[in-house]
Ligand binder design. Sequence first.
Ligand code: GDP
Ligand code: GDP
Length: 470
Amino acid sequence: MSTPPETPATPPPEQPPTTPLKLPVVAIVGRPNVGKSTLFNRIVGGHNAIVEDQPGVTRDRRYGDADWAGKAFRVVDTGGIDIEAAKASSNTIAQAIVRQAMRAVEEADVVLLVLDAKEGMTPADHQAAEVLRRSGKPVLWVGNKVDGARHEAAAAAELYALGADEVHFVSATHGRGVGDLLDATLVRLTQAVDEVPDLPEPEAERPIRIALVGRPNAGKSSLINRLVGDERVIVDPTPGTTRDPVDTPFTYDDERYVLIDTAGIRKRARVELAMEKIAVAMAEKAMGRADVAILVIDAEAGVSEQEAKIAGLCDAAGCGLVIAFNKRDLVDAETERKLRRDLDRQLQFVPWAKVAYCSAKTGKGVRALLQTAREVYESAGHRVTTGALNRFFEGLVERHPPSVYRGHPIKLYYITQTGTHPPTFVLSVNYPEGVHFSYRRYLANQLRTEFGFEGTPVRIICRRRGGNKS
Ligand code: GDP
Ligand code: GDP
């Protein structure tokens, strides 16, 4: 169980003003000059940090709130050791560090023990490590000042010989390795406390941006007219100063939307081939600004190469996708069967896309189309807790482990969700280049099914543990 941050043995400092109570706490511990403040600044960044002066005991203690992968936690820099005071009271630096470590253990859920990897371990480090080990608190060892790869090997050998089970090498000044350290910290926090709170939602809710894309004559303008003509749709009359002239903001059922229209171009292009090409280019541009694309297809004409191209671009743009077969009023049962075959053959690379049928002419299915686009948007904004993610992930990897890469078994350490719209996951792995595309796709599909990501691409980024992205 965690020790609530409100009840440390030492008097608690004032809470930073904008912070909700009960954030889990990560304490940074270590000798003077190993780089604790630098690491603290790197993690807390521009966020509010408060400084608590405790003359004679420590130089200062700093509290700041960090956010990482959509989660919020508090970081405590346990402060420098006041060397002069320690000497004056005939205490050794080692004793002072031990006290600092004990205090960190009392108030923190996870402790980061910072070491100077260039200098190696000193007796004071050993004592602090021993205190932390005995406490049973989760401790991550941080080998700092690894500004280049060559420092790392020597430092690693020494630290692992001392019984560290997990060392993260970072350069607090350059930021190298800090992302991985934070990923690992979140995993440990999730194990230590029931729930690491999500970051608060942004104040002003954005409207959902929907791009209507597709070939000329599919029925995009008709669909827009049908939508904005609906008596329950309130079109925002304010002239666009910041928005594109083709964007139509409106409200439906208290939900705000912006329609990004690509239909206008048809009127300008005369040659059919040029029109088709321009439609694809317009679609790409619109999808770059949209949360969800509705790919409008003339159901009577069926799926063509253009639509496959647009669907591929949608995946690349990271935008949700609804495939809308329009002109349903013209379609019989036989044509519907053909459309299903078209989906399997020509759009098989976006099996996750939602499919809808509608008729701009009769109005049938048009409101439902909007509803589907909203569901896709919400699904793409879903966040999975790191704990739930890793519980699922372990079973998954056990059932279907990745193949061997150049004679090395591929080790998948853990996974974190780092973003939404589209849902994005970072996978920590020993050989990122060895994780085959098909394995990534397998993981993405499993995540999609388990956590209900519908109608949206799912991204998986493989990152070498302690190294760069791939
Ligand atoms: P603290 O006393 O543990 O809080 O250490 P500081 O953060 O004040 O850092 C002590 C010194 O080490 C400063 O001169 C920093 O610039 C330096 N330092 C911190 N991190 C790094 C790093 O990653 N690489 C190098 N080369 N120097 C660092
Ligand atoms: P856009 O180029 O994609 O904007 O397509 P338009 O909205 O201009 O539609 C092209 C043609 O298809 C027009 O003649 C429309 O009247 C017709 N159309 C659009 N939607 C439907 C529909 O649901 N059913 C039928 N029968 N015709 C439609």
